[in-house]
Design a protein around this ligand. Structure first.
Ligand code: C2E
Ligand code: CA
Ligand code: CA
Length: 677
């Protein structure tokens, strides 16, 4: 293998390369790398197909890519003798390339930390794979000449395959998160492609082709390897991979779309699609919602499969009886929606709903049972300017109305009767809001005018409600304060704040302190103290980074209790601020019995400043008084330059919060804001 087998008088043959075919081989290697990386990326996304499916596709693309690159490279090579190849060995040589690519991609996608050593082991495996593919491919050559390998270059080619694999694996596992960027992905593919080809051509330079001297060459004409068939097969193969991977990506996206927008049980569009389409119902459409009552009863009696059958049976009834041009959705476990968009169809919708209700008055067959489905249908028509969302809320008003029963009726919306209760929906929706990530926090900075530094931020709650859009906390917090749910919401805020604070500390964002608004009834509850301790230790954040904002109304009713509670907070190391100071009736000297650290002066004291001399002196007096009590003073709602300058010119220089400094900012906005300063 490493020396000529016939020692007597040999003639070494010198090969030549066809440049265009070399270029083709490089292009193929780069394309294969690109496809492999793309397939590999699909694995990162939530896909309908199993991860292994994408792993196999990416190793197929990579392996067959390396393989076809090799044979195209071989056909670029010309010798003054005729050359051919052994078909079986040629095909077999593809196996190690695919197999070792699979191992390499599995390695690159491992989530556990990769050490240099493990990368080296994987690279060795992959390098040996590429080399064995190459040398099996060489063994597949059939020709009149013999060949041997120069040991040095032979080993060098294997070493290079390993080094190149190491580099590729390293780049691939560290750069993987940047692969979404097309440019980086393309550059990586080109690098990978070039590496693969360079290994091949170094491997080729290790080969010495020779013939015996007595072997008289019939001509000195250079022969390419007869590879027309092979090149065709390889090209078709590569195209096939590209097409298959393209098709599977499209299929994957389509499946994703179906799952996202359609109900898998009834195959009707789902709530998400419904919410999108609701926008298209404008001044002339109608909406019906069919509510199935007591679904849980049937499920608990006969099991989930039965519940599914029941829903399917009702879905079938609706599908059969709905107006032709209408659209049916399954919007909740036990609710269907039917929409029409033209006024002329409203009457048809009413008739259809009546028919459905009448049919469901009689028992229907579900599985082996005859059951009576309890239902009601809510119906509302657009009256010229009401939009889809409003129709939906009207129908909810009907379904939630106390007079509504489930006696197979079709009830049309009546504005005088079915006023939809916003409060009821808020209370009903808040638990879902937490689970569905509809709540988030924004952060409003407070600054110290003396040092210009950020003194702290106030965490303010936002709710992106699916039907109402952004609802202000000023609207929903007072509603929730009437129920115990405000405790869950506050706990969520505390957890979020502790988590965020810990992250900012890690990122060296100097936020000072984060303050949390604590609703009145929660302040003195022992649950609050426990939750705070829990989150502080869960996120390993020091209590000095937190401040609680409480209002005077929450402490005034039971001041003795408040003193004890606030003392507990202080013992834990938290700051405590009295929010909205000045809006209640109590005097500061009375409030000072509570061991608070900070006073937040309400916006109403700043509004008239500095134009009104009276307001300005009242503000000054309050600040002076607070200062004499050794309290930190924060002035809220500072909106103008004049207000800011007036406050900054005071001797005491209180802390300033307000739109003039910054509006409440989303987390990333806040970090950018602080970095800009
Ligand atoms: P608050 O505690 O007095 O919060 C200050 C409110 O004033 C915030 O309104 C803030 O965006 C707004 N604001 C700040 N600077 C200016 C300014 O220069 N001009 C004007 N016009 N407004 C300014 P937001 O975020 O709408 O919150 C309203 C109220 O809702 C808060 O009043 C607070 O009582 C309550 N809230 C907000 N988040 C939470 C929370 O997480 N938990 C509880 N329990 N209540 C919260
Ligand atoms: Ca506040
Ligand atoms: Ca306030």
């Amino acid at each position: 293998m490493f020396s000529p087998s016939r020692s007597t008088n040999i003639i070494v043959l010198h090969g030549e390369y066809s440049v265009p075919i070399i270029i083709l081989s490089i292009v193929i290697a780069c394309c294969a790398s690109y496809t492999a990386i793309s397939m590999n990326q699909r694995m990162k996304h939530n896909s309908f197909f199993h991860k292994r499916f994408w792993l196999i596709l990416s190793s197929l693309s990579m392996g067959l890519g390396i393989w076809s690159m090799h044979f195209i490279g071989m056909s670029a090579f010309m010798l003054p003798i005729s050359m051919g190849h052994d078909v079986l060995l040629t095909i077999i040589s593809a196996l190690p390339a695919v197999f070792f690519s699979y191992i390499a991609f599995s390695f690159a996608n491992r989530t556990v930390a990769k050490t240099r050593l493990s990368t080296l082991i994987a690279a060795t495996v992959m390098g040996l794979g590429i080399s064995s593919m190459h040398y099996i491919g060489m063994a597949a050559m059939k020709m009149e000449a013999d060949y041997f390998y120069k040991p040095g270059l032979f080993l060098a080619s294997i070493a290079i395959a390993i080094i190149v694999s190491f580099a590729a694996l390293f780049v691939f596992s560290t750069l993987q998160k940047y692969m979404e960027n097309y440019l980086i992905k393309m550059v990586t593919s080109v690098l990978m492609g070039l590496s693969i080809t360079s290994m091949h051509y170094i491997g080729m330079s290790a080969v010495v082709f020779y013939v015996e001297e007595r072997f008289l060459m019939s001509s000195h004409h250079m022969h390419k390897m007869d590879m027309t068939l092979l090149i065709t097969a390889v090209t078709v193969g590569i195209l096939l991979i590209l097409v298959i991977s393209g098709l599977t990506s499209i299929l994957d996206r389509y499946v994703d779309h179906r799952i996202s927008y359609f109900d898998l049980l009834t195959l009707f569009p789902n709530k998400r699609k419904f919410e999108q389409d609701l926008h298209h119902i404008d001044d002339s459409g109608s909406l019906a919602i069919i509510h199935i009552h007591n679904l849980e009863k049937w499920i608990s009696l006969h099991g989930y499969a039965f519940g599914d059958e029941l829903i399917k049976a009702v879905g079938k009834v609706i599908q059969d009886l709905k107006p032709i041009s209408s659209k049916v959705y399954r919007i909740e476990e036990n609710r269907f929606a039917v929409t029409v968009v033209r006024e002329q169809e409203s009457e048809n919708l009413r008739t259809s709903m009546d028919n459905i209700a009448t049919l469901l008055k009689k028992p229907i067959t579900v599985g082996h049972h005859q059951i009576l489905v309890e239902m009601v249908c809510a119906l509302s028509h657009s009256n010229g300017d009401s939009k889809g969302k409003e129709l939906f809320l009207n129908n909810m008003g009907i379904l939630q109305h106390s007079s509504t029963s489930y006696s197979h009726e079709v009830i049309e919306y009546d504005a005088t009767q079915h006023t939809y209760s916003f409060e009821a929906q808020i209370v009903q929706d808040i638990s879902k809001a937490i689970a569905n990530n509809e709540l988030f926090l924004v952060y409003q900075p407070k600054i110290c005018p003396r040092s210009q530094k950020v003194y702290g931020v106030e965490a303010l709650l936002r709710w992106n409600h699916p039907n109402h859009g952004m609802i202000s906390p000023g609207r929903f917090i007072p509603i929730l304060e009437k129920t115990e749910q405000i405790y869950d919401v506050t706990d969520w805020v505390i957890g979020e704040v502790c988590n965020q604070g810990a992250l900012w500390l890690k990122e060296n964002v100097s936020f000072g302190q984060i303050s949390i608004n604590i609703p009145g009834s929660y302040v003195t509850s022992s649950r609050l103290l426990n939750r705070i301790k829990h989150y502080l230790s869960l996120f390993k954040i020091d209590s000095k980074y937190l401040e609680l904002e409480i209002t005077e109304t929450s402490v005034i009713h039971n001041i003795e209790n408040a003193i004890i509670t606030v003392n507990e907070f202080r013992k834990l190391g938290l700051s405590v601020a009295l929010d909205d100071f000045g809006t209640g009736l109590s005097s500061l000297s009375y409030l000072k019995r509570i061991p608070i650290t900070t006073i937040k002066i309400d916006k109403s004291f700043v509004d008239g400043v500095p134009q009104s001399e009276k307001d300005s002196s009242v503000l000054k007096a309050i600040v002076t008084l607070c200062n004499s009590l050794k309290l930190t003073v924060v002035i809220e709602g500072v909106e103008s330059k004049e207000q800011f300058e007036f406050i900054s010119s005071m001797d005491e220089r209180p802390i300033i919060q307000g739109y003039y400094i910054a509006k409440p900012l989303q987390e990333r906005e806040f970090v950018a804001w602080i970095q800009d300063r």
